[in-house]
Design a protein around this ligand. Structure first.
Ligand code: ZN
Length: 241
């Protein structure tokens, strides 16, 4: 009997409902259990990262149009392109879409603390699949307002910029994560690595310093099961390769 060959541990391990893969800066691939694929904030190839040349997806999301977030040409397979900002970049698109079994919606935010006067607008993208909600905060530049917090709603996994410079820094990122209170996982992004050429970014260390719930993943991919195994959300630091 096949079942008998499985260890009790294997039987107890819940099946992932999604996978996230990091390609550096704010670029992630989300894969649903049924194989739907969305690339978020596609990274350019001139800032030190080497995303795969054959990356393909059903859709691409772009939080805002800065070049380190908007290399749509990276993604093969004629994906649908969901842009967070209007063509003139002065407003937010109100996205409520379905990409196969992934629901996608947006909440408008600013790239700075001056309602966008310095760096413009950005969008938070919220993905829901298999009962799990993932929020990609884009180039968020400020603590969230009560209105933004309630529009973002209940979240399981948050992808949060922590490197400062032109986004929130470690301290504000910690504050924002406390505002969102994700149930399962916090994944830092947009920080200095040994690859990235944007040296003004801070490394991830100040964000993880003093925390006890940090896991440094081996590699760039993490499975999301939807099952809470820790009392508080875990910080998962991915590699970019
Ligand atoms: Zn930006």
């Amino acid at each position: 009997m096949l079942l008998c060959a499985l260890s009790p541990r294997a039987l107890a391990t819940p099946r992932p409902v999604a996978y996230l893969t990091w390609y550096g800066q704010s670029c992630f691939l989300l894969e649903s259990a049924s194989g739907a694929r969305i690339v978020m904030d596609p990274v350019p190839t001139n800032i030190g990262y080497l995303p795969p040349a054959d990356l393909h997806a059903d859709a691409v999301t772009v939080s805002h149009e800065h070049p380190d977030h908007a290399n749509v040409a990276l993604v093969q397979g004629k994906p649908r392109v969901l842009r967070g900002l209007t063509a003139d970049k002065k407003g937010w698109m109100r996205i409520r879409e379905k990409v196969k079994d992934i629901s996608v919606r947006t909440v408008g935010v600013y790239h700075d603390r001056k309602r966008g006067a310095k760096l413009g607008l950005s969008a938070v993208f919220i993905f829901e699949t298999g009962g799990v909600r993932i929020a990609h905060l884009g180039d968020l530049g400020h603590p969230l307002t009560d209105r933004q917090i309630s529009a973002i709603g209940s979240i399981d996994v948050v992808l949060v910029p922590v490197g400062g410079f032109e986004t929130i820094d470690a301290q504000t990122a910690t504050y924002v994560v406390d505002q969102i209170r994700p149930r399962l996982m916090v994944i830092p992004m947009h920080f200095r690595t040994d690859a990235v050429t944007i040296k003004e970014l801070s490394p991830v260390d100040p964000f993880v310093a003093g925390r006890t719930n940090v896991r440094r993943a081996k590699g760039n991919r993490v499975a999301i099961t939807g099952l809470r195994t820790k009392p508080a959300a875990e910080v998962v630091v991915l590699d970019y390769k």
